[in-house]
Design a binder for this molecule. Structure first.
Ligand code: SF4
Length: 314
């Protein structure tokens, strides 16, 4: 991959919907969500996921974009995705789980994880009670921080810390006027320490991360948005045309799309400056990958050959 090649993807992130019942000021997808509801076509999506599963796909995360659980066919999409034999996770604002018992029981039983993002519009009492419901899935809470939501975040951590969440993740909002990156790094680090001192469940980082590396790891995952477009990753804002390489509605097979020229050209268009607008987990994965590749150069040829034969990156 570092030389421009492609591997078969191990996981997929899918936006089921644009449109949301919340209107959070710092949401990255407000422009898309304000255009009204747009739902991915379930059969076309499931056909692509089945093709990818046959190539080694192991896991699917349904997130947004908009609020994924407001897709009108959400129950059927989840049920059919479990039938594919892949592991499933969900990132949601949780509001539909408060009133749709059937969907909640399905996800809490069959998902690997359900991560609920709490915003100022969230019904905190009802959401806390959600964590008390029977579940096999790992339940986590996520809090997105800007300079204007710090008191809210402190309150939520104190209110939620005793509920059976597996973790409470804090993350900094980016690309908004209230972005914490306008603060001195030491002040941001002090805020992070203060929030983590409120509960041992608090995880994550508020520090702005950057990379100097050109990303070559996008082929480990598929990203599909609610319009049905294959894009290199979810951080496509301001570079959608660069990052788009196909649609789930195209005639070619998934294998031809994935290993095709349009995908290769899109990967060549990745710009480090665009990546650095965000805090992307792949920054760290690139460091790990580069270190592993450097180590591999120093290992005996026989071992390297086994590594090269393995077509599943993770
Ligand atoms: S934002 Fe950049 S580093 Fe992150 S996955 Fe996308 S292309 Fe890779």
């Amino acid at each position: 991959m570092k030389a421009g090649g492609v591997t078969n993807p191990a996981m997929a992130t899918v936006f089921l919907a644009y449109g949301c019942n919340f209107h959070c000021p710092g949401c990255h997808y407000n422009a898309e969500n304000e255009q009204g509801w747009e739902f991915i076509e379930p059969l076309a999506l499931l056909r692509r996921l089945a093709e990818a599963r046959d190539m080694g796909l192991k896991a699917v995360v349904y997130s947004g974009g908009g609020e994924p659980l407001f897709h009108k066919d959400a129950f059927e999409i989840f049920a059919r995705t479990y039938d594919l034999g892949v592991r499933v996770g969900t990132i949601t604002n949780g509001s539909r789980l408060l009133r749709d018992r059937e969907l909640r029981e399905l996800l809490f039983t069959r998902n690997e994880f359900v991560r609920i993002s709490a915003y100022p519009e969230t019904d905190l009492v009802a959401t806390r009670a959600l964590a008390e419901q029977p579940h096999q899935a790992q339940l986590g809470l996520k809090l997105l921080l800007s300079t204007t939501t710090i008191d809210f975040t402190r309150h939520v951590i104190r209110f939620m810390a005793d509920a059976p969440w597996s973790y409470i993740e804090i993350k900094a909002e980016r690309q908004s006027p209230d972005n914490l990156a306008q603060w001195e790094p030491a002040k941001v680090a002090a805020l992070e320490r203060e929030l983590k001192a409120l509960s041992p469940k608090v995880k994550g980082s508020l520090v702005k991360e950057t990379t100097a590396r050109h990303c070559y790891l996008t082929p480990v995952h598929i990203f599909i948005d609610a319009a049905g477009d294959f894009l290199l990753c979810c951080y496509f804002h301001g570079r959608r045309q660069q990052f788009r390489f196909a649609s789930i509605y195209d005639a070619e097979s998934f294998a031809d799309i994935w290993h095709g020229e349009a995908h290769r050209r899109a990967r060549a268009r990745i710009d480090v400056g665009g990546c650095n607008q965000w805090d992307c987990r792949f920054f760290r994965y690139l460091e790990i990958s580069d270190a592993a590749l450097a180590d591999a150069d120093e290992t005996p040829i026989g071992w390297r050959h086994e590594f090269d034969d393995d077509d599943s990156f993770i």
